[in-house]
Design a protein around this ligand. Structure first.
Ligand code: IPE
Ligand code: IPE
Ligand code: MG
Length: 262
C-alpha cells in the first residue's frame, strides 16, 4: 500500500521508480535517523559562503520528509543542530535558526496535508524564544496526526539526553528495583518511539557526533559520500535498499533464510 503511495508521486519509467519498486514494503525500517552533514563542504566546493550550503540543504529535508511520509515510515529523525554546534560563529548559528523557522513556516501546511506529527528533541534552554515559539506551534498544530512522526533534533546531545533522563528518574523517585532498559527509555526524548533501525550519515564522515547514543544500540549504519544538499529521494531509497540486504543479528546467529518459491 505505502509503496503505491510513493510510486504515485514518482514519474513512471524514471530511475527513482525503478529503485522504489525494488523496496520490500514488509521489511521497511520503522525509524530512520539521519545525520545531515556536508553543507559547508557543498558550499566551499562552489566558492560560496557556508550558509549557502545550509540554505540548499532545505530542499533535501523537504524531499526526505515527503518520501518518508509517502513510504509509510513510522519515525524520521533529522539531526539539525547539536549542542556542540554552538561552537560555530554566531552568524552561522543565527542563519541556521532563521532557516529552521522559515522551513517550518513554509512547510507546516505540507506537514499537515501529509498527516505528519512534528516534534523537536533536544534541550529547550538556550534556544532563541522566537524559534521556540515557532517550534511549539508546529508541534501543537500537528499533535493529533497519526502519520509519520517527524523529529528534529535541535540543541541536541546524546549524552545530555541521558543525563536529563537520569535527573528526571531521580526527581520522580523511581524505585531502582523497577528500573530496566525499557522503562529507562521512557524517560528519553524519544519515549514511546521505536529505536532507529537505520542511521544514515551524509558526507562520508564515520562518526556518531553525539547523536541518539542510547537509541542506536542496534541501528544499521549507512554512510554515504553524498553531501547533504545533494541528498535526494533516490539516495534515501538507496539507503533503505542497502538496509534491506543487511543481516541483523542482535548478538545472535544468522537466521536460516528460507528459499522463496516462485
Ligand atoms: C551539517 O553541515 C549542518 C550542521 C551541522 C548544522 P556542516 O555545516 O557540518 O557541513 P560541513 O561538515 O562543514 O561540510
Ligand atoms: C553533526 O554534524 C551535527 C549535525 C548534523 C547537526 P557536525 O558537522 O557538527 O559533526 P562533526 O563536528 O563533524 O563531528
Ligand atoms: Mg559537519
Amino acid at each position: 500500500m505505502s509503496l503505491e503511495r510513493l510510486l504515485a508521486s514518482i514519474p513512471e519509467g524514471s530511475d527513482d521508480a525503478a529503485l522504489a519498486r525494488q523496496i520490500q514494503p514488509d521489511r521497511l525500517p520503522q525509524h530512520v535517523a539521519i545525520i545531515m552533514d556536508g553543507n559547508g563542504r557543498w558550499a566551499e566546493q562552489r566558492h560560496l559562503p557556508r550558509v549557502e550550503g545550509h540554505r540548499a540543504g532545505i530542499q533535501s529535508v523537504r524531499e526526505v520528509v515527503e518520501t518518508s511520509a509517502r513510504l509509510g515510515l513510522e519515525v524520521l529523525t533529522l539531526y539539525a543542530f547539536s549542542i556542540e554546534n554552538w561552537k560555530r560563529p554566531a552568524a552561522e548559528v543565527s542563519v541556521l535558526m532563521t532557516l529552521l523557522r522559515r522551513y517550518l513556516r513554509s512547510e507546516l501546511d505540507t506537514l499537515i496535508e501529509h498527516g505528519i506529527r512534528f516534534r523537536v528533541i533536544g534541550r529547550a534552554d538556550g534556544l532563541p524564544t522566537e524559534v521556540l515559539e515557532e517550534l511549539r506551534e508546529a508541534e501543537a498544530r500537528t499533535a493529533v496526526h497519526r502519520g509519520l512522526q517527524f523529529n528534529i533534533a535541535l540543541n541536541y546531545g546524546g549524552r545530555a539526553e541521558i543525563v536529563d533522563a537520569v535527573k528526571a528518574v531521580l526527581a520522580a523517585r523511581v524505585d531502582p528495583a523497577t528500573l530496566d532498559e525499557d522503562r529507562f527509555s521512557q524517560w528519553l526524548y524519544t519515549a514511546g518511539q521505536p529505536d532507529p533501525d537505520l542511521l544514515i550519515r551524509t558526507s562520508g564522515e564515520m562518526r556518531i557526533s553525539n547523536f541518539l547514543l542510547w537509541q542506536i544500540a542496534y541501528a544499521e549504519i549507512y554512510v554515504t559520500g553524498t553531501l547533504w544538499p545533494d541528498f535526494r529521494r533516490r539516495h534515501l531509497l538507496d539507503a533503505i535498499l542497502a538496509y534491506q540486504k543487511r543481516d541483523r543479528r542482535y548478538g545472535g546467529i544468522a537466521p536460516v533464510v528460507a528459499q522463496s518459491t516462485p
